[in-house]
Design a protein around this ligand. Structure first.
Ligand code: ADP
Ligand code: MG
Length: 276
């Protein structure tokens, strides 16, 4: 797979309040790094207006799966994949569909908060617009910054210091800034890879609250090692496992309540009860 997406055309920002959460469907995804197969025919539907949690031990391919969902996997030189990813039915890997388009519609928040440290809070929120060639007036930008910081749960804390650098914020605030930044291009899906693992409990609860408030406007997929968090935030769960050097698979998926109270597979039962 080659990356031929240097050209970015000017696009208009969808209107405020134009929530368009989409259903993301992974079909028969297999993934390799060189000859090393790390996922084997993983299929999962992540419905609009729901939070899907991906759980499972380290190394079973959760982050790889997440990166395949927004075409970041192919940035690794040795990486290859098979299968389809459908965004409301459209394959994001179709020839002719741009990588930047997939990235804009499907945002990502990482474990380690990664705002641009020297850039102002204001410009951090808008960073994705520039990268996507999205033009907006000054007034629209001001509105967008307020809207996204409000949705990220950070507005009240930073409204009087929008010109300060993003790096001056605490870790939890930086992560909320990253959420605000990812929302600014109005994604339809937000992927979150252990977004609270580096944060204290108070910041974690704030982000969990934000996730609950966002799910009506953006489909959320979250990787978490925290089983209480999976239960608090998600509607459905998928349990990934890679046994004894075999590639990762989904052992079981279903409504979160069922996964935690009545799992069908003994390995799921062991994992959700901390016996792994
Ligand atoms: P998880 O997020 O569940 O901990 P990962 O998706 O990070 O799992 O990793 C799955 C497998 O892929 C692991 O065996 C890991 O070593 C391998 N892997 C991940 N990233 C790379 C990479 N960039 N190059 C080579 N192997 C990788
Ligand atoms: Mg990971």
């Amino acid at each position: 797979m080659t990356i031929t997406d240097a050209h970015v055309s000017t696009v208009k920002l969808p209107a405020v309040g134009a929530a368009r959460p989409a259903t993301l469907e992974a079909r028969d995804i297999s993934a390799w790094f060189g000859d090393h197969k790390v996922l084997d025919r993983v299929s999962l539907t992540m419905p609009a207006q729901k939070v899907s949690a991906l759980i499972g031990p380290s190394g079973c391919g959760k982050s790889t799966f997440l990166r395949i969902l927004n075409r970041m996997h192919e940035l690794v030189g040795s990486a290859s994949l098979a299968g389809q990813v459908l965004l409301d039915g459209d394959d994001i890997y179709d020839r002719g569909r741009r990588i930047t388009h997939a990235r804009r519609e499907i945002g990502m928040v990482f474990q380690k908060p990664n705002p641009f440290p020297a850039m102002s809070i204001y410009d951090n929120v808008l960073a994705g617009l520039k990268m996507n060639g999205i033009k907006a007036s000054r007034a629209d930008k001001d509105d967008l910054v307020e809207e996204c910081l409000t949705k990220g749960g950070l507005w009240k804390e930073v409204r009087d210091r929008l010109r300060q650098p993003g790096g001056a914020l605490s870790g939890g605030q930086q992560q909320r800034l990253c959420i605000a930044r990812s929302l600014a291009v109005r994604p339809r899906v937000l992927l979150m890879d252990e977004p609270c693992s580096a944060l204290d409990p108070t910041s974690t609860r704030r982000i969990e609250q934000t996730i609950g408030e966002l799910k009506d406007e953006v489909t959320i997929v979250i990787v978490t090692h925290n089983m209480q968090q999976a239960q608090r935030v998600s509607d459905q769960c998928a349990f990934f496992l890679a046994e004894q050097g075999t590639p990762g698979v989904i052992v079981e998926h279903g409504p979160t309540e069922v996964m935690f109270t009545n799992p069908q597979d003994s390995r799921t039962n062991d994992y959700v009860n901390g016996r792994f």
